[in-house]
Design a binder for this molecule. Structure first.
Ligand SMILES: [Zn+2]
Ligand SMILES: [Zn+2]
Ligand SMILES: [Zn+2]
Length: 379
């Protein structure tokens, strides 16, 4: 679709939602009449004819650089950031749930048993984030992730659903049912987005680490040379007492400068990751929910897994500890939590393995004295 068609539709849609009367005029123009308040906000006259192609006589040309488009942000801000979209047409084919579960689940220290499955209309929540990773360089982009809050799972729709091209769901008004679980979806979507970004960020961090090491090395070499030179002078016999004191001061100053500059290097390479939400999509799809029993030694827990026809696989379930989607899980002894390897890792101080879904810090008393260990992006 041409961008002029897109912007025409967007403008008409937003003006209508803002309360204006919008009609199509000659030559694919748009005739707009708005009440005074909206006219004031958007800087429009009583009657406006808008064209999305240049050179139409008697019409104001609107492209993405037009002031009107900027001002429409005011209308957009008033709409909220959740859009209900109609799913692409997909068929829920029959599945052999027991076999799918056996093939898809990887539990490292326990067993699972398929119990039952049921066809459902599942609610998926898609969240689009703009992200920036800031250090001495910056990287950024946009990431969209789809989660199923009812089963705490992530679906891989990225390449197959473009939410911006889906039609609005006219059934939006009957959307009061709580099963949508938007609130539950939020932390899952954030964790899922972070997990999606982490391979790219890992590369970024690796390059950063190399630059930082190079800078620290150069800095050290530079100051070591000065240090050496001063010490050489100081080691001279029959050095004037005054000169000796001056050189000592210089030595101290050199050490101080090295530390200051070192701190500057550390600061320059400090990493900040920022995720800011752009929009949220809600979409209902025909899916299956599969009930599974998870067993660890003598304990057991029930879990629901989800299959959808777009992704066509059992969706990776969120780790009960960090909420990141997990393909290969561990079960904890006490509560049979479904956790990732990191969330059942050994304590760094005492080496005891513990479940981060049961307790955030090591249950042994020393844990309170430790600094938090989540500063993985730091150094
Ligand atoms: Zn985890
Ligand atoms: Zn410990
Ligand atoms: Zn646990």
């Amino acid at each position: 679709m041409r961008s002029s068609v897109f912007i025409g539709r967007l403008t008409a849609d937003l003006l209508t939602r803002g309360g204006a009367i919008v009609d199509s005029g000659p030559d694919q123009t748009l005739d707009v009449m708005a009440e005074p308040v909206l006219r004031g906000v958007l800087g429009l006259g009583e009657f406006e004819r808008l064209s999305f192609e240049p050179g139409v006589v008697g019409a104001t040309f609107i492209d993405y650089d037009a002031p009107l488009v900027d001002r429409l942000a005011t209308v957009l801000n008033g709409l909220g950031r959740v859009a209900r979209v109609q799913p692409p047409t997909v068929r829920r084919k029959p599945i052999d749930a027991a076999i799918l579960i056996d093939r898809s689940l990887a539990i490292q220290n326990g067993v699972h048993r398929y119990c039952s499955h049921a066809a459902v209309d599942a609610t998926y929540v898609g969240a689009t984030f703009e992200y920036t990773v800031l250090a001495d360089e910056r990287m950024g982009g946009v990431v969209t992730t789809w989660v199923n809050p009812a089963t705490r799972s992530t679906a891989s729709f990225e390449s197959r659903i473009d939410p911006t091209s889906l039609a609005d769901d006219p059934g939006a008004t009957k959307a009061s049912d709580r099963t949508d679980g938007l609130t539950a979806a939020w932390p899952l979507a954030v964790a899922s987005a972070r997990a999606r970004l982490s391979p790219g960020i890992a590369d970024f961090l690796e390059r950063l680490r190399r630059r930082r090491e190079r800078d620290v090395r150069r800095l050290r070499e530079y100051y070591e040379e000065i240090d050496l030179e001063i010490r050489r002078k100081l080691s001279r016999p029959r050095l004037d007492e005054d000169l000796r004191r001056r050189e000592r001061d210089r030595l101290d100053a050199t050490h101080r400068a090295f530390h200051t500059r070192g701190a500057e290097v550390a600061d320059r390479y400090r990493v900040r990751l920022r995720l800011s939400p752009i929009g949220v999509w809600v979409c209902r799809l025909p899916a299956y929910y599969i009930n599974v029993k998870l067993m660890r030694r003598n304990a057991a827990a029930e879990a629901v897994f989800s299959w959808n026809p777009i992704d066509g696989r059992i969706e990776p379930r969120a780790c009960d500890g960090c909420l990141a989607p997990t393909d290969s899980a561990w079960l904890c002894d006490d509560a049979v939590h479904y956790v990732c390897a990191d969330c059942l890792a050994a304590c760094r101080t005492c080496g005891r393995r513990f479940c981060r879904a049961c307790t955030r810090a090591c249950p042994r008393p020393h844990a309170r004295e430790e600094a938090p260990s989540h500063a993985r992006l730091g150094r």
